[in-house]
Design a protein around this ligand. Structure first.
Ligand code: HEC
Length: 82
């Protein structure tokens, strides 16, 4: 529930149904095609996962106001899905 509706846009919209990542779009910059992706978030350490969700300087990903307990819940949810 939290993964799909975390008081904001669902994580699955950018990271995929099971957190394995998703291509969000592509655009051309000169001759290069730039791919915008939500990365795979199933193989991270808890420390990295936690840092990503408590940092405010993402380019694309929104900042969520999640409690430590909620972050832990999300982490184990994704581990269980693997
Ligand atoms: C609007 C799209 C979008 C949504 C929604 C989103 N993310 Fe992300 N997320 C990204 C992108 C893009 C990155 C990589 C670039 C960056 O850090 O901004 C990222 C990075 C991350 C990382 C760090 C990955 C790494 O390798 O360090 C984690 C962890 C993460 N997201 C978890 C989540 C969780 C959990 C949610 C839901 C609460 C969520 N994201 C919602 C787009 C999104």
């Amino acid at each position: 529930m939290l993964y799909k509706n975390p008081r904001g846009i669902g994580c699955h919209r950018c990271h995929g149904e099971s957190g394995r990542g998703l291509v969000l779009g592509r655009y051309k910059e000169g001759n290069e095609t730039v791919v915008i992706k939500g990365p795979d978030i199933t193989a991270l350490s808890y420390k990295k996962f936690y840092q990503a969700l408590t940092s405010t300087n993402h380019k694309l990903m929104p900042y969520y106001f999640l409690t430590n307990k909620e972050i832990k819940t999300l982490y184990f949810y994704l581990k269980a899905k693997r």
